[in-house]
Design a protein around this ligand. Structure first.
Ligand SMILES: [Zn+2]
Ligand SMILES: [Zn+2]
Length: 751
């Protein structure tokens, strides 16, 4: 019996080869009809034998294209429609976007083979892509995902590309990003005076490799933004990059030319291998234990026993990788604290002092993104996302929201992101950066504007952090006024808590929220950062904290760990304080401390104080440096030998006592590694003791402190039976999750 059915699919289904795949299935099952993209996803109309239609549907749902993600699907019989054939119908925009935007995909193995194969038409062409790979979000102008809605549209396909595009048997059948050397994107190498280096295309990457080997710094325009690159084994080049970028200590990521070389130099486990080769292809922070390579580690990752590594994820990086036999530093193209640069003129203007050469191209990048960063904890392989950007953004697919309101959440300040709920989907922007920078603030405003324009929706509710001085709060207030929206302020740590409650949908449970971070504006106007929060029945209450200590000298406190030590130190530590401060500083700060009314419960500052007390660092040159150095000073630990520096009470625990007892161990001459292990062990025990004393069975852990993978491992190891721990999985534990948390708070919390 011949019938007609309508199949609707939503999710990450555009720009992922869905329509050509449906075409091949229709041929396989001898069905007629059409497939198109629309504002909701993919629509398929099929006419033919009912059994065949059902078979096609089952195969499509169970074995979708590799980089697609189906969220919803339905099949419905409709009035019989006759077709002559099966066709892919180009889609027009006829409604408001209501589907996920497709993220960028790393180059696939087939395309990698094409660009490396001398016989292939695409040999040496860096912008080779197919339905399974290439830039998507980075080049999106509007939707549905069609070539004429992206910046690739400026490169009309040549006859040969058009043939591939129209041939159902070709891998590039209906590949929207299809180009080749004849019709496609052009690379140009210029020096820092913007003078073109005359060179044959076939020699280009060889030339760049040569320049890198001679110590040059090269700004390379990738498909998601500029990268600054130099030879990772060249001490002088890296030091020059540090000086020019105003980045004295913050570690650089390293791009390895091949997995083989990486495997020869470090040990990788299965999870790391899978992540490094994934279509998201993030930077993985790996341990340098047993490292055997020649990277100038002291310059690349000063004082650290870990390194951020990645593999080539675009044709440009792959072709370069094929010409080099050394790893290269590949760091976001910007000056310290600014957003990643994506425009040729801006790169020349801002980086000509840093880079000797610029590898430019003429594809416009609509959404510049940094590389994403993650780490697997050493013992239990717990995945910890440090930065969610290229490959992951902007969709957040794993949450069901049932609200008619259009909601925009403006996030925090230091690691800002924006979350937007304009339709039936939730979008969480890429990491934007620290809003203290004017350029980052501009990028933040652009991101907010881009969201409202691409989805053609203005917010009706704007959510901001309670901190009155956050740039994101101030912008949110203006936005609410301009759009006549409801404005809601949400406490920072409560937003952290609801972020993780939202990731696991724990809103029907009673949960202990542990939120440890640097700083956040508290409900009592103090600086919070070491919080125990109770969630039940759509209500959050602060039930414990680390004992308040003095918040001194404003921002200086988070930049100078010695100031945290000053705040937490007791009388016996006088000799140490006298070494770290001048006598007039001591006089002034002692007076300030005696008059001070602003208190803090920040665990971040407790880490700083420990780092200063142990003489690891007195000044942070980047956010979280003291905490990272602390973790890096642990050689190995055995929980059976660890000792606690304090215990939890029903109110929380005391940082002052921890510092006092660490000082005692220091005087006894205990090893640094032992003391730091004890410190982390103390925190892990305090969390579990607090939870057990109040009979919690579910503990969520959020806040930047939980980027500490040793603390995470210890918690997992110490966790008694019957207690469940929840760590962030699709978002970072740091302030990047605040925008999502604000949204969850608004939707679920009633007090
Ligand atoms: Zn491909
Ligand atoms: Zn072409």
């Amino acid at each position: 019996m011949i019938k007609t059915y309508l199949i609707s699919i939503s999710g990450q289904v555009q720009g992922v080869g869905f329509r050509p795949y449906v075409y091949s299935l229709a041929t396989e099952f001898s069905l007629l009809g059409e497939v198109s993209n629309n504002e909701n996803g993919v629509i398929i109309i099929l006419t033919g034998i009912q059994k065949n239609i059902q078979q096609l549907y089952q195969k499509l749902i169970n074995f979708p294209p590799p980089v697609s993600k189906i969220k919803q699907h339905s099949i419905l019989e409709i009035e019989l429609k006759e077709f002559q054939d099966f066709s892919i119908v180009p889609s027009n925009k006829n409604g408001q976007l209501n589907l996920p935007l497709t993220p960028d995909f790393a180059i696939c193995d087939d395309c990698k083979n094409d660009i490396e194969n001398k016989e292939n038409k695409r040999f040496n062409y860096p912008f080779t892509t197919c339905v399974n790979c290439g830039p998507r979000y980075a080049i999106t102008q509007t939707f549905p995902f069609e070539r004429n809605h992206t910046s690739i549209n400026e490169f009309p396909m040549c006859k040969s590309c058009l043939n591939e595009y129209s041939n159902p048997a070709n891998r590039r059948f209906h590949s929207q990003t299809n180009t080749c050397a004849t019709c496609g994107i052009q690379l140009t190498l210029v020096n820092n005076f913007n003078e073109e280096v005359e060179i044959e295309n076939s020699e280009l990457f060889n030339k760049i490799a040569d320049l890198l080997s001679k110590g040059n710094i090269i700004a390379i325009k990738n498909t998601s933004g500029y990268l600054l690159c130099c030879n990772a084994e060249d001490i002088k080049a890296i030091q020059k990059l540090r000086d020019k970028k105003h980045r004295p200590n913050k570690p650089f990521a390293v791009l390895y030319p091949s997995l083989e070389m990486l495997k020869n130099e470090v040990e990788l486990n299965e999870k790391q291998l899978k992540s490094l080769k994934s279509s998201e292809r993030p930077i993985n922070i790996i341990s340098l234990k047993n490292y055997t390579g020649n990277i100038a580690l002291h310059q690349v990752a000063p004082r650290l026993n870990q390194l951020g590594v990645m593999l080539p994820y675009t044709g440009i990086l792959q072709l370069l990788a094929n010409e080099i036999n050394f790893p290269i530093v590949a760091t976001s193209g910007n000056i310290h604290g600014s957003p990643i640069i994506s425009k040729n003129e801006e790169a020349l203007e801002k980086l000509s002092n840093v880079a000797n050469y610029f590898l430019q191209h003429n594809l416009k990048i609509e959404y510049p993104q940094d590389d994403s960063v993650l780490k697997f904890s050493q013992k239990f392989n717990q995945e910890i996302l440090f930065r969610r950007s290229r490959g992951y953004v902007p969709n957040y697919l794993k949450v069901e929201i049932d609200s008619q309101e259009k909601i925009m959440a403006m996030g925090a300040h230091l690691k800002s992101t924006i979350a937007f709920y304009p339709n039936e989907n939730l979008y969480v922007s890429q990491y934007i950066g620290n809003l203290d920078s004017f350029d980052v603030y501009n990028r933040f405003v652009q991101t907010s504007n881009a969201f409202t324009s691409i989805f053609e929706q203005q917010p009706e509710v704007v959510l901001v952090d309670k901190h009155p001085l956050y740039q994101s709060t101030q912008y949110g207030k203006e936005l609410a006024k301009k759009t006549n929206s409801k404005l809601i302020e949400i406490q920072h740590h409560k937003a952290h808590f609801t972020a993780i409650l939202g990731e696991y949908n724990l809103f029907h449970e009673k949960v202990l929220g542990v939120v440890f971070d640097g700083t956040g504006y508290g409900d009592d106007s103090n600086v919070w950062g070491g919080e125990f929060l109770n969630y039940e029945n759509n209500s959050i209450e602060r039930i414990g904290q680390i004992e308040n200590f003095d918040w001194l000298l404003g921002d200086k406190m988070s930049k100078e760990p010695r100031v945290s030590l000053f705040a937490l130190a007791s009388e016996e530590m006088k000799p140490i304080i006298e070494e770290k401060f001048t006598s007039s500083e001591i006089k002034n700060y002692t007076y300030l401390k005696s008059q001070n009314k602003l208190k803090t419960s920040s665990v971040g500052r407790l880490f700083d104080a420990v780092a200063s007390l142990l003489n690891i660092t007195d000044y942070n040159s980047y956010e979280g440096e003291a905490a990272i150095l602390l973790e890096n000073n642990i050689s190995a630990y055995n929980l059976k030998n660890c000792r606690k520096y304090t215990s939890a009470t029903s109110q929380g625990f005391s940082g002052i006592e921890i510092i006092k007892n660490i000082h005692k161990d220091l005087l006894k001459g205990e090893q640094l590694s032992f003391i730091i292990s004890n410190f982390l062990y103390t925190l892990a025990c305090a969390i579990l003791e607090f939870a057990q004393s109040k009979n919690y069975t579910k503990i969520t852990l959020s806040g930047g402190v939980f980027q500490n993978s040793t603390l995470v491992d210890m918690l997992i190891e110490l966790k008694p039976k019957g207690i469940n721990l929840y760590f962030h999985k699709d978002l970072s534990p740091n302030d990047e999750n605040i925008s999502f948390g604000q949204l969850m708070y608004y939707l679920h919390i009633k007090n």
